[in-house]
Write a protein that binds this ligand. Structure first.
Ligand code: IP8
Length: 266
């Protein structure tokens, strides 16, 4: 059975780029496999990219993780972050179109404003028109002007959550490099246990255990992700965090088949 309505898939930056590579490098082999899996989807699709090596390193080195950074430093960071994210988006767009997925890029910098890091304006009418015309929309984490603090980083997770609400998506699939939510950081504790379902009963206990990510991530780790996703999880909306590094998990989820993942319900 196919999923209904609009599907939003976030491609985590640590899967589509080599996150520690400087200069940033796209993970072409993961990207090609992901494109084959996405190709199996029938229905409206928005793809959201995380920043990976392209976004987070430049954001970090230009003070976006530090609330006391000067305006000058932040402004100096805008061109390199924009350049890197455009390059990443173009690489993904190229692979998807080569696989026959008719994809266009909509870059947040050109149409989104933030207020204290939260979305202030994000018009969705062009996205709607593109979907209505049978196109797949590709958008991505970005640097955006901020009404309160010059510029801030807009994370791909925040975009996925916002578009899910505004465009009434039926399914939100968040691809990461771990099996979903675990009860400890799996990169530090190999015996961390996988949590298949987060709901009202267990959410507080789980949020207390999930911490920020271990690398140069400037947009917060798993607990921010879960908190944002809990807001949009409702009956009849599937919200899932899964491991995009494992072949065929994305394909299974797109086909509504069961696979290892964390489902979020509220
Ligand atoms: O990896 C961050 O997006 P995320 C985007 O989804 C930039 O948090 C530009 C760092």
């Amino acid at each position: 059975m196919q999923l209904k309505a609009l599907t939003i898939v976030k491609l985590g930056g640590s899967v589509i780029t080599y996150k520690d590579s400087s200069p940033p490098r796209v993970n072409e082999s993961n990207l090609t496999r992901i494109a084959m899996e996405l190709k199996t989807h029938r229905g409206e699709l928005i793809i959201v990219l995380g920043g990976g090596a392209h976004g987070h390193q430049a954001a970090h080195s230009h003070g976006f993780a530090d609330p006391n950074s000067s305006k000058e430093l932040l402004v100096r960071g805008i061109p390199p972050i924009r350049h890197n994210m455009s390059e990443l988006a173009t690489s993904v767009e190229t692979v998807l179109n080569k696989e026959g997925i008719p994809t266009i890029i909509i870059a947040p910098f050109a149409c989104v404003t933030l207020r204290n890091g939260l979305i202030h304006e994000f018009p969705t009418s062009i996205i709607r028109k593109a979907l209505d015309n049978g196109l797949v929309v590709l958008t991505h984490g970005d640097v955006c002007f901020d009404e309160e603090s010059t510029a801030s980083i807009l994370s791909g997770d925040t975009i996925a959550v916002y578009l899910a609400q505004q465009m009434n998506a039926g399914t939100i699939l968040i691809g990461t490099d771990v099996d979903g939510v675990l009860d400890d950081n799996p990169k530090l504790n190999p015996s961390a246990k996988h949590i298949p379902l987060i709901n009202q009963e267990n959410k507080e206990a789980i949020l207390a255990k999930t911490g920020p990510s271990t690398n140069t991530d400037v947009t917060g780790g798993m607990s921010k992700k879960v908190n944002e996703l809990l807001e949009i999880a409702r009956q009849n909306r599937e919200v899932i965090i899964f491991n995009l590094t494992v072949p065929n998990r994305l394909k299974s989820l797109l086909q509504n088949e069961s696979t290892i993942c964390t489902r979020i319900q509220s």
